[in-house]
Design a binder for this molecule. Structure first.
Ligand code: PMP
Length: 440
């Protein structure tokens, strides 16, 4: 054991934790030699993250789209505790259990009516891998093994595993680093921005021309409906999504809706496809599915996809993670969904949308702000220039705010029960920090 490991076991104060952390632990997209500022969290409650020095930060990130009910929710805690008493985990091969069945009942009932089969996965990226494999196995099972490539649009983000990464935007998805090891797919132009922007014939020209030439090689289109998240926080119209679905049908390819970030109310509809009344053939869910308590994801597909795969060469769908259907996660997910549906979540999301527009909208006139856009409980401030995390993160923390900007994007997706007063503190504090950074 190294010195710092020894110290960790005997001296778990915040400084020792941080020292060990910086010496030994990878964080998301982190450098081992030049770590970004990292803060030790002691506890979280409602809309707040409490640091080890007692400082409370108002959380604008919902822990990356997940905590729709806020932290440390008594109902979710109780559901986890109750489930722990019977089993936290049991394998899913040959066994099933109430939490998984109840969760899948809810998912089948709430998602578009054609989606009838659920595959429970461990994380968003795995749910995307599962979706891609489903599409490819489906095509092979109907005698179309050549249809094994994926079509997507630029500026998308679908996860960090190889299959998912290969469908992320080729430029900001860092394809070149892994180019020799990664499958290559087809990229159409990004959707034009603007929720209300009328569709023009040009918008789908690039997707159409790829399909005209390559449809015999393409199994499916994967897309984040309405909101492109980590690839640029871009919002596009329901009309565009519907037109893309029509194109999928015309060229006999499946549509995979990646609702991992948008699912469970974030955009103002329970699922973002509902803005367009589109029925995807496959849908991925994750993040907010457990209310942010633990990792769980799901890939749903139509009966047609499921039965075709099952009547194909393999006779089974070829995927089965160890922690599939984890009962603890399923029990909390059931409770989180019940909680969501019991509350007037849609009014809450509309309230947040109005408040974010009111509080962030005036920033549009600042010279250092390129754009402000708001949809549902998502607020995005796009800066003219990229901001360094080393500068902005400590400044936000000093202001009592937790946000995790990237590049030119300072964005927020608060829990749905964040109060107007808290939203006001969050947005005004963010505006103060941006102005101070601009002046320096
Ligand atoms: N798809 C989308 C749209 C996402 O936003 C994310 C996560 N940011 C993923 C997939 C991957 O999910 P995970 O990080 O749970 O693997």
């Amino acid at each position: 054991m190294t010195n710092s490991a020894n110290r960790f076991s005997t001296l778990p104060d915040a400084d020792a934790l941080l020292e060990f952390d910086q010496r030994h632990i990878w964080h998301p997209y982190s450098s081992a030699t030049n770590p970004t500022p990292t803060f030790v969290v002691e506890r979280c409650e409602g809309s707040y993250i409490e640091l080890s020095d007692g400082k409370k930060l108002i959380d604008g990130m919902g822990s990356w789209w997940c905590t729709i009910h806020g932290y440390n929710h008594p109902r979710l805690n109780a559901a986890a505790e109750k489930q722990l008493k019977s089993m936290s985990h049991v394998m899913f091969g040959g066994l099933t259990h109430r939490p998984a069945v109840e969760l899948c009942q809810k998912l089948v009932a709430l998602t578009p009516s054609n989606l009838e089969r659920v595959f429970l996965a461990d994380s968003g990226s795995v749910a995307v891998e599962v979706a891609l494999k489903m599409a490819i196995q489906y095509q092979a099972s109907r005698g179309k093994s050549n249809k094994a490539k994926i079509l997507t649009v630029r500026r998308g983000y679908h996860g960090d595993t190889f299959g998912a990464m290969s469908t992320c935007d080729p430029i900001n998805g860092m394809h070149h680093l892994f180019a020799r090891s990664m499958p290559t797919h087809f990229f159409a132009d990004e959707p034009p921005m603007g929720i209300d922007r009328p569709l023009t014939p040009h918008d789908l020209a690039s997707a159409r021309s790829i399909l005209e030439v390559h449809h015999k090689e393409i199994a499916a289109l994967i897309i984040e409906p309405i909101v492109q998240g980590a690839g640029g926080m871009r919002f596009y119209s329901a009309e565009y999504l519907s037109a893309l679905k029509a194109l999928c049908e015309e060229f006999d390819i499946l549509m995979i809706a990646d609702e991992i970030a948008t699912g469970f109310g974030r955009t103002g509809q329970l699922f973002a496809v509902n803005h367009a009344d589109v029925q995807p053939d496959i849908m991925c869910l994750g993040k907010a599915i457990t209310g942010g308590y633990m990792t769980l994801a799901a890939t749903l597909c139509s009966e047609e996809v499921a039965t075709t795969i099952s009547q194909g060469e393999a006779g089974v769908f070829m995927h089965g993670p160890t922690f599939m259907g984890n009962p603890l996660a399923c029990a909390v997910a059931c409770e989180s969904i019940e909680l969501l549906l019991e509350t007037d979540w849609q009014s809450n999301v509309t309230r947040i949308e109005t408040k974010l527009e009111e509080l962030l909208g005036p920033l549009r006139s600042a010279e250092y702000i390129a754009d402000v856009r708001v949809l549902g409980a998502i607020g995005v401030v796009e800066l003219e220039n990229s901001v360094s995390l080393n500068d902005i993160q400590p400044a936000l923390v000093a202001e009592g705010i937790w946000l995790r900007p990237f590049g030119k994007l300072v964005y927020m997706m608060p829990p749905f029960n964040m109060s107007d007063e808290e939203l006001s503190i969050l947005c005004k504090g963010t505006a103060n920090v941006l102005e101070k950074l601009h002046k320096n």
